[in-house]
Ligand binder design. Sequence first.
Ligand SMILES: O=C(O)c1cc(C(=O)O)oc(=O)c1
Length: 313
Amino acid sequence: MSGKPTTGPFEKTKGWLDWYNGPSKPGFKLPPGAVDAHCHVFGPGAQFPYAPERKYTPCDAGKDQLFALRDHLGFARNVIVQATCHGADNSALVDACLASNGKARGVATVRRSVSDEELQRLHAAGVRGVRFNFVKRLVDFTPKDELMEIAGRIAKLGWHVVIYFEAVDLPELWDFFTALPTTVVVDHMGRPDVSKPVDGPEFALFLKFMREHKNVWSKVSCPERLSVTGPRALQGEPGLESGAYKDVVPFARRIVEEFPDRVLWGTDWPHPNLKDHMPDDGLLVDFIPQIARTAELQRKLLVENPMRLYWAD
Ligand SMILES: O=C(O)c1cc(C(=O)O)oc(=O)c1
């Protein structure tokens, strides 16, 4: 990996943790054609300014650094998800997709005012979905009728909707989510509270959501974000052997084993808003065989599912 995080003309949010630029080589050998199906680009801010309405200002994390990480870890492709710090200006995302030689597809953020021409331009760049965010610390509220209107328009392009929310908010969002007319992909397992039992009512509701709605998929990503007690995956520390993020394993494993054809995995590089540590992305890859325990489950999670959703054409 080359390149160090820079900050450009913007001042980072106080306490911001930069991505770790010395990731280890994973011990786990990814299957050929593996896709990192959730990652972001931030700026660089000098070229792609952060949005005025953003809730945080990150360090830069540009496409060259993302592609270097992809190659270092052994992924073949990326799905780049529009980060909230760029609002609905998808320029950095589009630039990265276009520069990737077909190795990156995107999930954009759009407003009701987006034109059909702009949607076509995004499609041509490789965008295949839009992201609706309900995490209050990240975005201002968007009315549900606006989101439903957008969903109806992008459905015609064959795109899907990615949703990000906290587990406690699922009951209130249920009717909206289950009325969406597209495939629906949940970010980071709907952020379960992993200090609660995997068999408890909160996670049961999430499993019911997926069980009763066959159009719902889940990213089994972000153990570093969800873990409460598990040891961290830090360079120089025994990651896999000591069971890094082990409190997250039962949740992710449950989803992978019940819904093997509707799961995706991603690094979440450059890991926005982590508060107490920055993971080694190589060790995050080493987390995968704990949650997808057979070669077949790994192939579905890392190759077949993301290819079906993002590279169907
Ligand atoms: O939990 C987060 O802070 C977070 C933020 C963003 C974003 O700002 O887009 O994306 C993620 O996947 C996760």
